[in-house]
Design a protein around this ligand. Sequence first.
Ligand code: NZQ
Ligand code: ZN
Length: 377
Amino acid sequence: MNFRYQNPTLIEFGQGKISEISSLISKTKRVLVVYGGGSIKSNGVYEQVSKALSSFVWFEFGGVEPNPTVETLNKAVVFARENQVDFILAVGGGSVIDGSKYIANAFFYEGEGWDILEGKHTPTRALELGAVLTLAATGSESNTGAVITKKQTKEKRFFHSAFSYPKFAIMDPDVLKSLSQRQLANGVIDSFVHTCEQYLTYKHGLLAQDYYAEGILRALVELALSFDNRDDLWYANLMWLANQALNGLIGLGVPQDWATHYIGHELSGLYGIDHARTLAIIQPNLLRVLKEQKSEKLLQMGENVFKLENNTVDNVINTIENIYKTLGVDLKISSYTEDKDIKEKVINLLIKHGFTHFGEKGTIDSTVVGQILDKSI
Ligand code: NZQ
Ligand code: ZN
């Protein structure tokens, strides 16, 4: 077992924690508050943030879209430079936090910011960043990932930067109560699939990672089953589980897959489908196509997570899919678009983005992607 682990993000978790912002940012900082389409203005979050920042010099940039676009974010970079800000406070879900990571990293780069997404530029510094999380799903509040879309070419790419860890993340589960059922379901699914991407590979014997992942999966199944009876603890559990699923811990030193995500990103880029919904469509079919390769871990999941009496790989996959159905997700791409060239477009984009042999064993090529998409369209 070999790994290096450091997660520097300070977490302030609990009701009323937004007021802590004032003690977490140096008073000398010029702060840029970045947010999305306005949900924070109707659920009281903006008010709490403004109050906490009352003794700071601060600016705001709103309008970051779900599946944030580089076109909008580049305007934020210009705005940040014009106002000489030196701290970014992201107030939102994964899109706003990812977008803020882009702004923070692109701020010091003179070239075209998209270079960072294409791997042509590796940031060597970034603005400091803090996050007030309003949607539990991505774990972006305490990881280094950011996923950005180029509207012009309908491409969705990701980058990791050592400078993207937020300095702090404020996680008040009360904030989740204004989310729609659709976004809450997305949160359960995204967290579930993040855990699977680091778990459903092959046996490796790293017990802490395996059993912790199974604990997260079991808890998410409980949340899915109690989805219609949400109490304070339900929201708090979702918020923490989503964080634990992708803060780096369960993935340490273990084989990882991420193929569902890579295919899903192309579908969001092309058709604007919610990130988690692309995963719910693709993952069960990917597992069906790769069930022999993944059979040991699928059976382990059937035993330790679902406790299936009739524990077969097919039953495990159907159980996963049924969770998504229970959460009300349409599981065919054709429910979201009438495009007839889905398969060709997705395969071409994956090749363009360098995904020619992926998955934990490098066995997913264009033919396999085609088989997965045939079942998904
Ligand atoms: O824009 P506003 O008005 O804020 O509305 C948002 C948005 O419409 C709304 N919302 C957020 N918090 C709310 C709220 N509405 C009411 N009450 C609240 N408290 O929810 C909608 C979706 O928000 P978004 O941020 O897009 O959702 P999510 O957190 O699921 O983020 C999805 C993005 O994250 C990327 C995805 O690809 C996608 O672009 N991911 C980022 C990852 C990472 N950084 O590690 C990993 C993930 O796998 C994922 O790829
Ligand atoms: Zn995800």
